[in-house]
Write a protein that binds this ligand. Structure first.
Ligand SMILES: Nc1ncnc2c1ncn2[C@@H]1O[C@H](COP(=O)(O)OP(=O)(O)O)[C@@H](O)[C@H]1O
Ligand SMILES: [Mg+2]
Length: 443
């Protein structure tokens, strides 16, 4: 049999423990047989639906799960989502006859990192398993450490955010399917605008390869995501707050790695590095604003998942609007509430031109209201802010000028909406949070 993709040394010693989840018995047997040809694979368990799959994964803690999508009882997407949050050392590979690209995105949003089409090509299956196994090396170490450190049950990562600080923990992810739409301009401005008295805000540059927040705010830091990522499994939130960069304005900023090679290394070591950091420090901030790249990758997807609010930035160009529509479809199919996404039209023109529609037409096309409309301005306004290292929102004393007025409005809207929601939910949870909302409005 073919052993393509095998590295003779490492595969001879190691044993990759695999669980198969598929409702069709013949498929389970066939895959098991195929995997049996390779000495480094061991199928330790099988299940015939998502619910059973989760049970077996919890019990056996395998390295890899190969999961069918369409199954009775609980489907593979839901099961993958639960497995990746509870047993984070386990890599999930989705397998399905569906070749609809939407399915792949759904699977990714469900926490699956890899997708194989049925009927599966053997070599592709082998190489995917080995590659996922290698990528999860960091998670396995972390998992074992957590287990030993606690001595009892391993930490459920979804629980981490419930310990520690007493802040509101709103995560605002600024995202777009399109480069150059104004994500960094808006993210830096929002983080600055949300910095009110008594409120703690943090800006994180999750655009790993080509992060611009440092350039926009004229910051260079020793302590970027790289340094933090090496301590991600043991991050003390207060320590974190002390070592992140502080902008002249007082804003805390965690910068992206200084070059793409380092970013690639971080991605390999901790694929969802930013989400992991946020989980640990979120309760120490009222707002964490995250600037992103424009790809749905394993770093970005968990951020969209955990977001309190996604600010989806679009521009009035045809491809900009089309991209926004596609992203909204992805969010819908992932089951996000419509209210999770705030659509912001940037570089808007008031009057339609031949090629650029007006905001009301764009809202109609997207079938959703626009939460913000930021006009296109003379590029010099933005460049001057960047040159002086000040967020655009704070770059002019005259706050009625575009785009400052619109950025302030957007930031205030988000502030009121999110701090309002938290005040209500903290009452229903019976655990009042010391959020700035009370200080600001109840005094
Ligand atoms: N409202 C606007 N009007 C005019 N130019 C803008 C506006 N918003 C952003 N820009 C410009 O667009 C470019 C891309 O902005 P940026 O925030 O870096 O986008 P992204 O982070 O999405 O790649 C920058 O050169 C910026 O000056
Ligand atoms: Mg950017």
């Amino acid at each position: 049999m073919s052993g393509a993709g095998k590295t003779p040394d490492s595969s001879a010693k190691r044993e990759i423990r695999i669980v198969l989840v598929d409702d069709i018995a013949e498929t389970r047997e066939a895959v098991k047989k195929i995997l049996g040809f390779e000495p480094d694979f061991k199928v330790v368990g099988t299940a015939s639906n998502g619910r059973e799959g989760i049970e077996i994964v919890k019990e056996l803690e395998p390295d890899i799960v190969i999961m069918d999508i369409n199954m009775p009882d609980m489907d593979g997407l839901e099961a993958a989502k639960r497995i990746t949050t509870a047993i984070y050392k386990t890599g999930v590979i989705m397998m399905s006859v569906q070749n609809d690209p939407d399915y792949i995105q759904k699977a990714m949003l469900a926490g699956a990192r890899f997708f194989l089409e049925k009927p599966v090509n053997m070599d592709k299956l082998y190489s995917t398993i080995r590659s996922v196994y290698e990528q999860y090396a960091g998670f396995r170490i972390q998992w074992e450490q957590a287990k030993q450190g606690i001595g009892r049950t391993p930490i459920d990562v979804s629980e981490i955010s419930k310990t520690g600080g007493d802040r509101a923990g709103n995560v605002i992810v600024v995202f777009s399917g399109q480069g150059g739409s104004g994500k960094t301009t808006i993210a830096t401005s929002l983080a600055s605008g949300l910095m009110k008295e008594g409120i703690k805000s943090l800006l994180i540059d999750a655009s790993l390869e080509f992060g611009d927040c440092g350039a926009f705010l004229n910051l260079k830091s020793q302590n970027t995501l790289v340094e933090i990522s090496s301590k991600v499994n043991d991050l003390d939130a207060e320590y974190f707050d002390n070592i992140v960069m502080t902008h002249n304005s007082g804003l805390k900023v965690l910068l992206a790695p200084s070059n793409p090679n380092i970013a690639a290394e971080v991605r390999e070591r901790v694929p969802d590095v930013v989400a992991q950091i946020i989980r640990q420090v979120r309760d120490y901030y009222d707002f964490i604003v995250v600037d992103t790249s424009n790809t749905l990758d394993p770093n970005t997807i968990p951020l969209l998942e955990m977001a309190t609010k996604i600010v989806l930035v679009t521009t009035p160009t045809l491809h900009g609007i089309k991209n926004a529509r596609l992203m909204l479809n992805v969010f819908d199919s992932a089951g996000y509430e419509q209210s999770k996404t705030a659509i912001v039209l940037n570089k808007a023109v008031e009057k339609a031109t031949k090629v650029l529609p007006a905001p009301d037409k764009i809202a109609a096309y997207l079938k959703r209201p626009l939460s913000g409309v930021i006009p296109v301005v003379d590029e010099n306004i933005i460049l001057m802010a960047i040159n002086s290292g000040v967020p655009v929102i704070a770059s002019d004393r005259n706050t009625s000028r575009a785009p400052i007025a619109q950025l302030i409005k957007l930031s205030d809207q988000l502030f009121n909406e999110l701090m309002g929601i938290n005040a209500v939910s903290s009452i229903t949870e019976g655990t009042p949070k010391k959020s700035g909302f009370f200080g600001l409005f109840n005094s």
